[in-house]
Design a binder for this molecule. Structure first.
Ligand SMILES: Cc1cc2nc3c(=O)[nH]c(=O)nc-3n(C[C@H](O)[C@H](O)[C@H](O)COP(=O)(O)OP(=O)(O)OC[C@H]3O[C@@H](n4cnc5c(N)ncnc54)[C@H](O)[C@@H]3O)c2cc1C
Length: 284
């Protein structure tokens, strides 16, 4: 199918983007890589009479690795994340996750901002960003504000970002300890049946802190504080692993779809989290 007719805008700065959003309200939508939005428009699942292309807007394509934090512009692509050696050294979990998103062609176009702003429970970066405790910077008519990734997702395709706001950057505190991004999918290029992002800090042979988030197992990504807490103070032995998995299973709420029934998804989620914790612990 081809999309319904739309007006195309290509502003050079954020002020130009905000002006179109203000003029057309709900009828206007920004486009980053277009690899989620254009398919939705073609399927007539998204009606966008006024399409604002962000490609020419400056200042949103940089990766800055600082001493205490990392700032990633919203228009940075998954391919940029994979290729940036400074980022791979500082936050290898981002590269590990990006390599499991779609395929190289999609990764050249799909942006970090589009992936986290979309609100699709199948997107990998929202859970990842909750795990690393990222904050999203949005700019709108009332100025700029930061929203914690752990508070951003309200329901499928519904987020704390207002319609007139544009997401400009993602900021991550410098990751510490071991990490793993594990994803089970039906085939290369597919969205997750279940995915787990894990960061663990080790101190004297025990787990000092653990951060765990799951993807595509509820309407929103799930940050499971209880799963992380089940590991803290333990040597991440079999009992602690089982307790973390049990806590995570209490937090997710998968639905049956073409990736399988609920019982299967819970089973896969348990295995994926188990593997992710073991790998993160081995790297901690
Ligand atoms: C074949 C295929 C396989 C895929 N597999 C995966 C996968 O395994 N995992 C995964 O995570 N994703 C996957 N994707 C999705 C891909 O990563 C998307 O491109 C990405 O989720 C959205 O990024 P985008 O830059 O293309 O955003 P767009 O499609 O341009 O936009 C998506 C939505 O976000 C909004 N938006 C975009 N940028 C901003 C911004 N800066 N501020 C506010 N709102 C914004 C848009 O208005 C739109 O509603 C796949 C896509 C395809 C085509």
């Amino acid at each position: 199918m081809i999309p319904a007719a739309f007006e195309y805008y290509r502003p050079q700065d954020i002020a130009g983007v905000l002006a179109v959003l203000e003029e057309h309200g709900d009828d206007a939508r920004v486009m980053a890589g277009g690899h989620s939005l254009i398919p939705m428009m073609k399927l007539r699942m998204a009606d966008v009479p006024h399409l604002i292309d962000l490609q020419d807007v400056g200042g949103m394509s940089d990766i800055e690795v600082g001493a205490d934090s990392i700032r990633i512009g919203a228009m940075v692509t998954q391919a940029d994340i994979i290729d940036h050696t400074g980022l791979a050294d500082a936050a290898p979990i981002l590269r590990e996750a990006a390599l499991q998103i779609a395929d190289p062609q999609v990764r050249y176009m799909s942006t970090v901002g589009g992936n986290v702003a979309n609100g699709d429970p199948g997107n990998d970066m929202p859970g990842l960003m909750q795990c690393v405790d990222a904050a999203f910077t949005v700019v709108g008519p009332d100025g700029e504000r930061d929203i914690a990734a752990r508070e951003f997702y309200e329901a499928a395709y519904m987020t704390a970002r207002d319609d007139e706001e544009v997401l400009t950057a993602v900021t991550i505190p410098m990751p510490k300890g071991g990490y793993a991004y594990e994803k089970q999918k039906r085939k290369i290029g597919d969205y997750a049946t279940a995915a787990a992002a894990v960061q663990i800090v080790k101190n004297g042979g025990n787990c000092a802190s653990a951060s765990i988030a799951m993807t595509n197992l509820s309407d929103t990504p799930i940050y499971s504080g209880d799963a992380g807490n089940a590991l803290v103070g333990t040597s991440v032995d079999a009992a602690a692993l089982d307790a973390a998995v049990a806590a995570m299973l209490g937090d997710i709420d998968p639905s049956e779809d073409n990736r399988g029934p609920v019982a299967f998804k819970k089973h896969v989620a348990g295995i994926i989290l188990h593997r992710a914790i073991e790998r993160a612990w081995s790297r901690a």
